[in-house]
Design a protein around this ligand. Structure first.
Ligand code: COA
Length: 167
């Protein structure tokens, strides 16, 4: 299939972070991160499969979540990237999730700024982010990145805020 956009870059560096494609060994910490959400800790096979899906999706649509590694500490603290999510290939969503111990240091904002540059380089004109209305930290990250609230919808789990950024 010929995509109307360039595939996103999957290796990038910021002041404090490396962003990179997933490797098999990431299944271990990814399982811990999923557990931190309050879910039972998934088996490594499960997170291995998730990582395979990320690779397949990237081959199909040129978008992916990327691993966030801290340069100084040389550890993985979560992920940030582009997904179709609730939107479209043309106007994908930016998504991020970090371990709690890493919160509050500006890492999500730093990683998301990098992902926005990467998204622009693919030829995208608009990004979305859909966030639960209770998620103050995530909404604040978007505010810092100059996203604008477009509208709100609701589902069985409550209110969702739809945000956009236009390049
Ligand atoms: C959302 C998330 C990625 C933010 O990561 P982070 O690295 O802490 O984000 P940053 O440090 O770049 O910015 C967070 C901002 O929110 C603010 N914040 C955090 N919690 C807050 C709260 N309860 N009330 C008000 N502001 C809050 C911080 O003060 C900071 O703003 P500031 O720089 O103006 O002080 C992280 O909280 C997370 O992983 N949450 C769980 C997963 C998730 O919700 N993902 C998003 C799904 S849409």
């Amino acid at each position: 299939m010929v995509l109307p956009f360039q595939p996103m870059v999957t290796k990038f560096e910021t002041e404090r972070l490396f962003l990179r494609m997933w490797e098999e060994t990431d299944a271990h910490w990814y399982s811990d991160l999923m557990h931190e959400r309050g879910l039972p800790k998934p088996a490594i096979d499960f997170t291995h499969n998730k990582i395979s899906t990320f690779h397949q999706d990237f081959l199909k649509n040129g978008l992916s979540l990327l691993v966030i590694e801290r340069k100084l500490e040389a550890d993985c603290i979560g992920y940030c990237g582009l997904v179709i999510g609730r939107t479209t290939l043309e106007e994908p969503e930016i998504a991020y999730e970090l371990f709690q111990h890493a919160h509050g240091n500006g890492y999500a904002t730093e990683a998301a700024q990098a992902i926005m540059k990467i998204a622009k380089a693919t030829g995208r004109k608009r990004l979305w982010s859909t966030v639960r209305a209770w998620n103050t930290a995530s909404l604040r990250v978007l505010e810092k990145l100059d996203f604008e609230v477009q509208h709100r919808t609701s589902d069985e789990q409550g209110e969702i805020v739809w945000n956009t950024f236009d390049f």
